[in-house]
Design a protein around this ligand. Sequence first.
Ligand code: UDP
Ligand code: MG
Length: 325
Amino acid sequence: MSTLPQTGVSFVIPIYNEEGSLPELRRQLVAAGEKLGETFEIILIDDGSTDGSFPALKKMQAEDPRIKVIRLRKNFGQTAALSAGFDYARGEIVITLDADLQNDPADAAILVSKLREGYDIVSGWRQKRKDKFLTKRLPSKMANWLISRITRVRLRDYGCTLKAYRRDVLRSIKLYGEMHRFIPAIASQIGVAIAEVPVNHRPRLYGESKYKLTKSVRVFLDLLTVKFLLSYSTRPLQIFGLFGLISGGVGGVLALVLSYQRLFLKQSIANRPLLLLAILLMVIGFQFVSMGLLGEIMVRTYHEAVEKHIYAVREVLDSEPGAAL
Ligand code: UDP
Ligand code: MG
């Protein structure tokens, strides 16, 4: 863990029909940024809003050069909006938060100071969450339990958008689906130091929540993807091959037993359900192994195509940069 140079903070905020909260959001963000005592920029991503958000953002941008606005062509979703913000962010530190003012921009100072202790990601923990119990807090409790069991990245509150990241960590990961809540888990793949600090949480004052309970299903499916990517994406044959060997092995043994009974004990096996099972297990086993092999080929193509390395570098110490070889 190395300490960070002081080279600025980027706030990244996804906005989808949040007209009502924008003036107050801007005031609180600027106040929080100025308090940090270092250069900062505010990146506001308009995720295809259909209310008056964009004109309001345009006006804000014209009045303050520290504000940048990215307007997406349509509503791509919170993860995509954040991802667009990450691509434009210039600060060494990136802080994400919701536009609805449920997160408190003033908490940025706590996150930044924690990050400077040497962490790569500092995640907010909404200790006293101001949301409805049945539709928000309960499903999120269950999701938190499941995510921490499955990804083994121990956080108390994965869903909190208020987080601070070192930008180079964000550079090395790609986001899809509803995956922004899994950034710490995905990043754990490259080895990161993660901390969690309690943050303020407030009730939504303007507009309404963009999510319904059905989001939980999508989050669960994304969790499956993340688990697979985390555990087996570089060695698919090891998981598929294992299933294949077990299945094929059991099927093979059954087939041998049946052959013995047919050939040496002269028993009829035509009416034995076990025969079907043996065949099924062997075919499935063969398919699993083939799938694993195909997976191996695809992993190689994938790594080549996105120029993704199978390692991640924290820093390079070289007294003559560029002079290697
Ligand atoms: N959001 C977005 N695109 C979407 C849905 C939401 O950019 O398709 C933004 C939204 O404007 C807000 C943040 O994501 O800034 C979180 O949304 P919301 O407050 O509705 O979620 P909740 O806090 O109710 O879970
Ligand atoms: Mg909210």
